[in-house]
Write a protein that binds this ligand. Structure first.
Ligand code: NDP
Length: 245
């Protein structure tokens, strides 16, 4: 049976893959009742497209969430809880992420820590802050999900290149976290999955990438809608194929 989530939270929803998730979900039929599109500066210039989308789709709510700031994440959860009332949150997409220069002799400790803070601790804090909401949905409906947006650069098996220390190491850590979550949440019917979106044309992926955001998100939404408990604790790509850890 398809996973028909009625509520979804997306981090880093103002540009790149996050914005495209919101666009396609807002246009979907049926569209989720609640799309919580979070970003760190709702009033900023890079949020113009998202603000336009929210203005024309009443189910899209923009919420402030800075993935590198635990207090901001907790504040966002309080705002989402108020909107949801008695309902739980069906799906979390931990999408916000950053990179940093990654060559062995140039990488700095500051960059390692900054990227880890956003790409690993941020998603962990999101699951902690939204724990009561996501487990409420799991318990009520029998199924809810946390998606961690990872990368093939976080796979030991697939990485056939050096470098990428801050980014690749952070995504490897994120993958380990997905595994831990898959054990800690399944008792409440919540699965955790790492996803690789492919190499996508965004500010982070560059214009040399092979996929457009439209293609990647269309395929990832198909994979997300097909998720079931058998996929708990796995690393999937945008085609639904299992990626080796
Ligand atoms: P972009 O650089 O285009 O967008 C990144 C998004 O993350 C922006 O919305 C940005 O917001 C947000 N963000 C960054 N830091 C924070 C923060 N502290 N708090 C909240 N939001 C933040 O990247 P993509 O869309 O390409 O990447 C999305 C995810 O997909 C990332 O996790 C990335 O690692 C992953 N991915 C991407 C690939 C690709 O080829 N594009 C390949 C593999 C994985 P702001 O505008 O405020 O900076």
């Amino acid at each position: 049976m398809a996973f028909q989530f009625k509520s979804v939270l997306i981090t880093g929803a103002n540009r790149g893959l996050g914005l495209e998730f919101v666009k396609q979900l807002a246009k979907a039929s049926p569209s989720p009742k609640y799309i919580f599109a979070t970003c760190r500066s709702p009033e900023g210039d890079t949020v113009k497209n998202l603000r336009e989308l929210a203005a024309s789709h009443s189910n899209v709510t923009i919420i402030k969430l800075d993935a590198s700031d635990k207090q901001s994440i907790e504040n966002s959860a309080a705002a989402v809880k108020e909107k949801l009332g008695d309902e739980g949150l069906d799906l979390i997409i931990n999408n916000a992420g950053i990179g940093a220069p990654g060559k062995l002799l140039q990488v700095t400790n500051e960059d390692m820590i900054r990227v880890y803070q956003t790409n690993v601790i941020g998603p962990l804090n999101v699951v902690q802050a939204y724990h009561s909401l996501i487990t409420k949905a799991g318990k009520k409906k029998g199924f809810a999900a946390v998606i961690n947006m990872s990368s093939w650069l976080g796979s030991c098996e697939q990485t056939s290149t050096g470098g990428f220390y801050p980014y690749g190491v952070s995504k490897g850590a994120m993958n380990r976290m997905t595994r831990a979550l898959s054990y800690d949440l399944i008792g409440d019917n919540v699965i955790a999955v790492s996803m690789n979106p492919g190499w996508v044309k965004t500010d982070l992926g560059s214009q040399n990438a092979t996929l457009t955001t439209e293609e990647s998100i269309k395929k990832m939404l198909k994979v997300i809608r097909s998720l079931d408990k058998n996929k708990n604790g796995t690393f999937c790509d945008y085609n639904g194929q299992i990626v080796p850890w």
